[in-house]
Write a protein that binds this ligand. Sequence first.
Ligand SMILES: NC(=O)c1ccc[n+]([C@@H]2O[C@H](COP(=O)([O-])OP(=O)(O)OC[C@H]3O[C@@H](n4cnc5c(N)ncnc54)[C@H](O)[C@@H]3O)[C@@H](O)[C@H]2O)c1
Length: 267
Amino acid sequence: MSTAVRPDSRIDAERHQGKVALVTGAASGIGRGIAQRLAGEGMLVACLDVNGGGIEETMGRIGEALGDDGRAISCTADVRDRAQVRAAVEATVGVFGKLDHLVSAAGLVTMTGFDDLDDEEWDRVIDVNLKGCFLVAQEAAKAISDGGSIVNISTIESDVVVSSTGHCQPHYNASKGGVRMLTKALAAELGDRGIRVNDIAPGVVDTPLTGLDLHAPEAWAFMEPRVLIKRLGQPEDIAAAVSFLLSDDASYITGVHLPVDGGWLVR
Ligand SMILES: NC(=O)c1ccc[n+]([C@@H]2O[C@H](COP(=O)([O-])OP(=O)(O)OC[C@H]3O[C@@H](n4cnc5c(N)ncnc54)[C@H](O)[C@@H]3O)[C@@H](O)[C@H]2O)c1
C-alpha cells in the first residue's frame, strides 16, 4: 500500500478564520473528519447529526485538539425533518451570528440488491441521502450570504455501479445520482446570490458506513485493481478537498462534481 503523505499534514490554522459552517453527518466518518479539519483551520462549526452521542465525541475531539470548547456547537437533528433542520440553522446563526457554508455529509447505504429492495428501504435511503440534502440546502441557503458555499458529498457510485457484495444497490446509486444533479441545479439557482455549490464524490473511505470490514484481505483484493493510489481513502482526504472548495482559492468553481477516489473512475 502507498505510504505517500496524507493531506492533513499541512494545516493553515487561519484559512477559514471568522467563517461559520454547518456540517451534517458530523457524528461519524467523513462528516466528523470535515468538522475536525475545518475547526482546525479556524472555522466555527455547527455539527448536525441524528446521533447526539456521536456529535459529543466529535466536539470533544475538536475541543481537545484546539484547547477551546467554543469552536463547535451540537445540533441533534434528522436531515429529513424540516423543523429540526430549521432549528439547527437558527441555533447556528444564534450562537455564531451568521452562516457562511454548508457541508452535507449525512447519509446511509443499505446493501440490498434490486430483487429484495422494498418500498420502505427505497424511501429511507432516498429520503436521507437526496431529500435530506435538498431540505438542508434550502433551509441553510436562507441564511448564507454572498460569498458563501455549499458542498454536497455524493459518491463515485453516482458515476458507476460498484458491486462489492456481488449485486448493486440501485436505491443508493439513484439517491447519489440525484445529489450530483441537485448540486448542478443549486449552482445554477444560487449563482446570482454569489453562493457556489459543488459536490465531492468519494471513492471507498475508511468509515463505518457499509458495515463491511474494509481492512479484510478480500476487501483490498476487490479494491486494489480499481484504485490507482494504492491505499484506502481516509476522511482526511475528503476533508482536504472540502476545505479547498469552501475557500477563496475555489472562488471561481461552482457546479463541479469532484471525485476524490484514488483514481477509481479513471478506467
Ligand atoms: N465511506 C465511504 O466509502 C463513502 C464513499 C462515498 C460516499 N460516501 C458518503 O459520505 C457521506 C458520509 O458517510 P460516512 O462514510 O462518513 O458514513 P458514516 O456512517 O460514518 O457517517 C454518516 C453519518 O450520517 C448520519 N446520518 C444518517 N442518517 C441521518 C439523518 N437522517 N439525519 C442526520 N444524520 C444522519 C449518521 O448518524 C452518521 O453520523 C455519506 O453521504 C456517504 O454516502 C461515503
